[in-house]
Write a protein that binds this ligand. Structure first.
Ligand SMILES: [Zn+2]
Length: 275
C-alpha cells in the first residue's frame, strides 16, 4: 500500500530529517506535503533533495505565514499587512516554495469548547491573500478553523482548507459546490479532544456524501502525531468516514474507497505545485 501525507511538519518533533525520511519511505509514504516550520528554509531544502532519492515526492511552502500577533509563530514568518504579505510570498517563491501556507485562524481552544485560540483574519484579508498568491502562480494551503472563516476561504478560492474545525452544513455545501477547487484536509489524527473528534468525523462523513474532495493529512510532527505512522492512521480514519457515508450502498467496496481516496490525494498533488 502506498500512502500520501498531505499535511505534515518534517522539521518539527524529535529526530533528524534523514531519520524521518527513511522511516516515511519504509512506511510506504510516496508524497509528503509540508505544512511549515519556523526554520523551514534549510530543513525544507534538505528534505526536498534527500526525499527524491528515497522515492518520496516532497513539496514545501519553505515557511508558513501568519499575521503578526496571531497564531503560527512556531511554523514560519509573520506579516504585518497585505503589502508585507506580498513581500514574504516573493521571498518564499525565490527560495523554491511549491505553494504558500497561510494561517487564517487560531486553533481550537483547549479551555473553552467551541472557541478558537485567537481572532481570525478578516474576509477581505483572505481575499487579498488568495489573489496575491494566485497572481504569483502559487496555490494557497490555509490553516483554517471556524464557521465563518471557512466560508470566506471557500468563497475567495483558497485551494485547501487544513483542519476545518467547526465546519457547518453550509460550509460543507460550499465545499461541494466548489467542485474540487477547494480541497479539504481534515487532519483527523491530530484532534485529541473526543467531542471535537466525533463532530469532525460526522462532518467528514457528511462531506463525502456531498462529494467534497477530501485528502489525507495527519499533521504529523505536530499535535503528538508520529511522523512515520501519521499517514497510515489518517488513511484508516478517513476511509472509515467514507465507508460510513456509503454504508447503504451494497456495491460500495473497500477497493472503491481506496480508489476514491487516492484520486482525491492525486488532486492535492496536482494542485500544490508551482506552475
Ligand atoms: Zn499542521
Amino acid at each position: 500500500m502506498k500512502y500520501y501525507e498531505c499535511h505534515g511538519h518534517i522539521a518539527l518533533g524529535s529526530g533528524t530529517i534523514e531519520e524521518k525520511l527513511l522511516s516515511l519511505a519504509k512506511a510506504g509514504v510516496i508524497y509528503f506535503r509540508d505544512a511549515g516550520s519556523a526554520d523551514g528554509l534549510s530543513n525544507g531544502n534538505e528534505a526536498a533533495m534527500r526525499s527524491k532519492e528515497l522515492g518520496i515526492d516532497f513539496v514545501t511552502p519553505v515557511f508558513a505565514l501568519y499575521k503578526e500577533g496571531l497564531y503560527g509563530k512556531f511554523l514560519g514568518k509573520s506579516f504585518s499587512d497585505t503589502k508585507d504579505f506580498y513581500k514574504k510570498v516573493k521571498e518564499a517563491k525565490s527560495l523554491g516554495a511549491d505553494y504558500i501556507k497561510v494561517m487564517y485562524s487560531g486553533i481550537a481552544s483547549f479551555k473553552e469548547l467551541g472557541k478558537l485560540s485567537c481572532e481570525p483574519l478578516l474576509g477581505k484579508e483572505i481575499k487579498e491573500i488568495v489573489n496575491i498568491c494566485h497572481g504569483e502562480g502559487l496555490a494557497v494551503m490555509a490553516h483554517c478553523n471556524g464557521v465563518d472563516t471557512i466560508k470566506y476561504a471557500i468563497e475567495y478560492g483558497t485551494d485547501s482548507i487544513e483542519h476545518g474545525i467547526f465546519i457547518d452544513n453550509e460550509g460543507i455545501k460550499m465545499l461541494a459546490a466548489s467542485n474540487g477547487k477547494t480541497i479539504w484536509i481534515p487532519t483527523l489524527s491530530a484532534i485529541a479532544n473526543e467531542v471535537l473528534a466525533l463532530n469532525h468525523k460526522q462532518a467528514i462523513t457528511k462531506a463525502f456524501k456531498e462529494g467534497v474532495v477530501i485528502g489525507t493529512g495527519s499533521d504529523c510532527g505536530c499535535s503528538s502525531v508520529a511522523i512515520e505512522s501519521g499517514a497510515i492512521t489518517e488513511f484508516d480514519l478517513i476511509q472509515s468516514c467514507l465507508t460510513e457515508a456509503f454504508f447503504e450502498d451494497n456495491s460500495f467496496s473497500k477497493e472503491k474507497a481506496i480508489d476514491i481516496i487516492e484520486a482525491n490525494n492525486k488532486k492535492v498533488v496536482a494542485t500544490f505545485r508551482f506552475r
